[in-house]
Design a protein around this ligand. Structure first.
Ligand code: KIV
Length: 273
């Protein structure tokens, strides 16, 4: 059964969140009883083949989130607002969030950052009944400005900015905050300071929950190992091997067999000659 925000916030066990981008992804996540599904804008990298999340549009997110919702009608679903859809003012952000909620059936939206502008957006959305998940640490949408896709919070300046950003997001009304690629001890400190749950990715075991990009945990891309992820399967290798076996059988006329073929009575066939 879908968990409510208070239930998520008072969970005794660590929260489990995975990303999903389509109907089968939603079905698998719901069948595995995860607590939350994130339709992340990592969509751009792992599904659409871009080399960053920046090109992902609101239309892309809505199209994919609708499919996830069809596969996972009973799971709390968070949808990322993509780059540029909440940076041009509170009204634009509100319009983007309303579209996501109305058109996808999302339970909450997620956005990156904790600048004064973003905090104002978080405050406005939450006051208007749209639950917001915050995101600090490494923020892929603006990674270029952060010096690339690198760990944040190792030095005084970024550690303080990450801590203060997370605290400010809670004060602005965020019901939970993602901590991405920060040292485990900083994530522990933030998790102690916040009363809303932290969800870590590359932030150690002390967070209140964990999120992984499903394509990383399933091993969809062979030979790609990320420090922040763990492979629980080798779906990429299994997929390639299955297609190779199919190709070999087609070339050897070993597929289709009689079992895969339809039969016809001799007299009907005879009439065709
Ligand atoms: O887009 C995404 O998948 C994310 C997670 C990595 C937290 O933001």
């Amino acid at each position: 059964m879908k968990r409510s925000i208070p239930e998520l916030q008072h969970s005794a066990a660590p929260l489990v969140m995975v990303t999903a981008y389509d109907y089968p992804g939603g079905r698998h996540a719901e069948a595995a009883s995860v607590d939350l599904i994130l339709v992340g804008d990592s969509l751009g990298n792992v599904v659409l083949g871009y080399d960053s999340t920046a090109p992902v549009t609101l239309g892309d997110m809505i199209h994919h989130a609708r499919a996830v919702r069809r596969g996972a009608p009973g799971t709390f679903m968070v949808v990322d607002l993509p780059f540029g859809t909440y940076h041009t003012g509170v009204q634009d952000a509100m319009r983007s969030a309303v579209r996501v909620i109305q058109e996808t059936g999302a339970d909450a939206i997620k956005m990156e950052g904790a600048t004064p502008e973003i905090l104002q957006v978080v405050q406005t959305l939450t006051r208007n009944g749209i639950p917001v998940m915050g995101h600090v640490g490494l923020m892929p949408q603006t990674a270029t400005a952060q010096g690339g896709l690198r760990v944040q919070g190792k030095d005084d300046e970024t550690a303080r900015a990450t801590l203060e950003g997370a605290v400010a997001l809670e004060a602005a009304g965020a019901f939970s905050v993602v901590l991405e690629a920060i040292p485990a001890r900083l994530a522990n400190l933030i998790s102690e300071r916040l009363s809303v749950p932290t969800i870590g990715i590359g932030a150690g075991v002390g967070c209140d929950g964990q999120v992984l990009v499903t394509h990383d945990l399933l091993g969809v891309y062979e030979g790609e190992d990320k420090k922040i992820a763990k492979r629980y399967a080798e779906v990429g290798r299994l997929s390639r091997e299955a297609i190779e076996t199919y190709a070999a059988e087609v070339r050897a006329r070993a597929f289709p067999t009689r079992e895969n073929s339809f039969v016809m009575k001799d007299d009907v066939l005879g009439k065709l000659y």
